[in-house]
Ligand binder design. Structure first.
Ligand code: 3HC
Length: 698
């Protein structure tokens, strides 16, 4: 019988029975190992180990989880004692046996606390992991030393480098936990303590296990990392730390600590942590939290790549979908694409084969818009043409039920103008998906002047249901992402006109961290898309705008649209990709025609120009209140445009450069083209006030 309860502090309490004690960690929402939790746990351990009648200690978590890691909010601030590594050592060195009861998640520092205890009991549904790598770190409280002691070097390294959540059954098989059971954490803790006292649950110190060195495996992994992730810092440090696990533990822990502190000091760590919180911050706004409308039935207009991708995403989220097309053959093509997408989801483990038929049975096709009378939300993904959109929305207004949300997936067009053709502009919103829509995580939620608050909340609720990152955007040509893209992509073309080669530009940006340079992206998306847009916009182009499409137009005139035609900026020959020699000729001819004497650019100069252009337009997007905060711009780029996550996003990266330096760069570039390069007022104000974009997020 537990007979005494004692609050150590606000987040840690102890219950003492005749011969054992329970330590409860209660730091909602995820029991992060904050200073208060560490202090409480240290004091609780001191209290328990000082009582000679306490013969076993069980640590468990209150609420939905055991400890989900160190408190990430503390990173980047001056560290405060007690420190997690020492606390784990204290637990491990306790002569009273200590067991941990793990439910929900035991991640990072949470798993490291558990590794320091003398036995681990998991509760069904538990997931364990060392996800520090996703934050630009390595496990820094003994994880790189104690995990190999329990599971061996290869399994430990795989866990640490992937950061994946290991399911409970696998953890038991690996030897990461000693038992797996069902029940409430506190009940399991009582039983486990009694089992230890009765000798039914064996305990041992992890630090007393020795690790067999495995340098061959470590060398192999490091070589692979050098080939694929040479630009990232922490993966290499993880290997270095795990390599030290075959040393006596104190030496290994020293290597780990040093490597952890090195990672902590990197901009990559700051960028990745910004991404972690940013991902959550975009929907942490009042507009996203209001009452949303019920959505179960979705109508999708257009069965092309985009419409089919959106339909796939909705079906995967358990929604029922009506797909509208203009002709039976288009409808059939849409259904085939969706079926293929779902088959791909099965292959990737996102959908079980059992559920495949059921999910597909939720898809219905139609050639009549009148069949949309019962849908809760329509997403129009038809051709990008204002007249077509207006016709569709007029019809939707006539047939859709009262309260249905009418959304357009337009990438550029004015949602206010579209809404104006209906008698219910308050129900109209932009929901801008990114292709392939069932894979890409970003959803721009474009709020028009008259969009009702519950329609905005519905947009965010849909994003959550589809497991996408919803970001609020205002109405303008291209919203947040495409408006910025339209601007900075010209820089890539100007660089080529002025002397760089397309592959040199691509390589510089790939080394910066983009998965693909802009010319490779153009080839993949199809160069004809940009060509059509340039032709469409030709009449409205300002005379002062320096044309950026000379080279791309010539490539397209040859019928070279990129990958799908076998050549574009590059020639595609099976898996062989090489620069297109004909493009070099086109570039040289264009330079001659324009009277440009080519100059040479270093890799840094290319990156600086490209990033400065991206940042400049991102700042104007903030000035125009198209994005509410810098973090919204950052997340749009991370989740929609392949911006390297470890750089945190364009405006997080801008803080690394600083407002003054950015102004200096823009003013230098403006000497050659003062129409394109202009210093945004906000940037000048920030430089004058010594402000950072991070300050504008607060
Ligand atoms: N520190 C501080 N806050 C955290 C946190 C952490 N470790 N983990 C989650 N949170 C916060 C989130 O920011 C969010 O706050 P909000 O409500 O204000 O937006 C709240 O807790 C709930 O988190 P989620 O919305 O992510 O909840 P989910 O249920 O979707 O996911 C989770 C829960 C799987 C635990 C997920 O939050 C997660 O993966 N957390 C990070 C885990 C992690 O990376 N741990 C390692 C930390 S580094 C470390 O331990 C270093 C050590 O080796 C020394």
């Amino acid at each position: 019988m537990v007979d005494k309860k004692n609050d150590i502090n606000q987040v840690v309490s102890i219950e003492v029975a005749d011969d054992y004690a329970l330590i409860c960690l209660n730091n909602p929402p995820v029991n992060a190992a904050s200073q208060l939790l560490r202090q409480g746990l240290q004091d609780a351990m001191a209290f328990c180990t000082a009582q000679s009648d306490i013969k076993a200690i069980a640590i468990y978590g209150a609420g939905r989880t055991f400890v989900a890691g160190a408190d990430i909010k503390e990173f980047g601030k001056p560290p405060q004692a007690p420190f997690l590594p020492e606390l784990v050592n204290t637990i491990e060195q306790s002569s009273t046996p200590v067991i941990s009861i793990l439910h929900g998640t035991a991640l990072g520092g949470g798993l490291e606390i558990a590794l320091g205890t003398h036995a681990r009991v998991g509760i069904k549904g538990l997931r364990l992991g060392l996800p520090e790598i996703h934050l630009g770190l390595l496990p820094g409280a003994g994880g790189t030393q104690r995990t190999p002691r329990l599971v061996g070097i290869p399994a430990a390294l795989e866990m640490i480098l992937s950061g994946r959540h290991v399911p409970a059954a696998e953890a038991l098989e690996l030897g990461l936990i000693d038992q797996l059971c069902e029940g409430e954490a506190r009940d399991v803790a009582i039983n486990a303590a009694k089992d230890v006292l009765a000798g039914r649950l064996k305990t041992r110190r992890t630090d007393q296990i020795t690790v067999k060195p495995n340098h061959a495996h470590l060398d192999e992994v490091e070589a692979k990392l050098m080939a694929t992730q040479a630009h990232l810092f922490s993966p290499h440090k993880c290997v270095e730390a795990v390599r030290a696990s075959s040393l006596p533990i104190n030496e290994g822990l020293k290597v780990e600590r040093h490597a952890f502190m090195e990672c902590m000091d990197t901009p990559q760590r700051a960028g990745l942590i910004h991404a972690f919180f940013g991902e959550r911050a975009v929907s942490n706004i009042p507009e996203a939290k209001g009452a949303a409308r019920e959505i179960a039935k979705i109508g999708i207009i257009g069965g092309g790549t985009m419409g089919s991708g959106i339909a796939t995403a909705c079906l995967l989220a358990g929604l029922s979908v009506k797909l509208l097309e203009t002709a039976q053959e288009n409808l059939d093509r849409g259904r085939t694409t969706i079926t293929k997408n779902l088959e791909g989801a099965v292959k990737r483990g996102k959908l079980s084969q059992d559920k495949f038929d059921m999910v597909l049975s939720n898809l219905d096709g139609s050639l009549e818009i009148s069949n949309f009378s019962d849908v809760d939300l329509v997403i129009e993904a038809a051709f990008e043409d204002m007249a077509i959109k207006k016709e569709i929305f007029t019809k939707l207004d006539a047939v859709c039920k009262k309260g249905a949300v009418l959304a357009s997936n337009t990438s550029y067009l004015d949602i206010n103008e579209i809404a104006a053709v209906t008698k219910r502009p308050e129900d109209v919103i932009g929901l801008h998906f990114f292709s392939p829509a069932h894979v890409m995580k970003l959803l721009e939620i474009v709020v028009a002047d008259k969009t009702a608050p519950d329609v905005v909340a519905t947009g965010f609720a849909l994003a959550k249901k589809l497991r996408k990152i919803g970001v609020k955007a205002g109405v303008c040509d291209g919203f947040i992402g495409n408006r910025i893209l339209s601007y900075y992509s010209k820089t890539a073309s100007y660089l080529v006109l002025e002397g760089a080669s397309p592959e040199q530009v691509d390589q510089a940006l790939e080394r910066f961290g983009f998965a693909m340079g802009p010319h490779k992206v153009g080839d993949l998306a199809g160069l004809d898309i940009g060509w059509m847009t340039r032709k469409r916009k030709a009449a409205t182009r300002s005379k002062q705008d320096r044309y950026a499409g000379d080279v791309a137009d010539k490539i397209c005139e040859n019928g070279w649209f990129g990958r799908k035609t076998g050549q574009g900026y590059y020639v595609y020959d099976g898996s062989d990709i090489r620069p297109n020699p004909e493009v070099r000729t086109i570039i040289e001819a264009t330079r001659t025609k324009l009277g440009i004497t080519p100059k040479s650019f270093t890799e840094n100069e290319i990156v600086d120009r490209y990033m400065t252009a991206m940042i400049s337009e991102a700042v104007r997007v903030l000035e125009d209140k198209i994005a509410a905060r810098p973090v919204d711009v950052d997340m749009v780029f991370l989740f929609g445009y392949g911006f390297p996550r470890h750089r945190g996003g364009p405006l997080h990266y801008a803080d690394e450069i600083g407002a003054e330096k950015l102004i200096e760069r823009i003013e230098t570039y403006a000497k050659d083209d003062d129409h394109y390069w202009k210093v945004p007022n906000l940037l000048r104000d920030m430089a004058a006030q010594g402000k950072k974009f991070a300050d504008l997020n607060r």
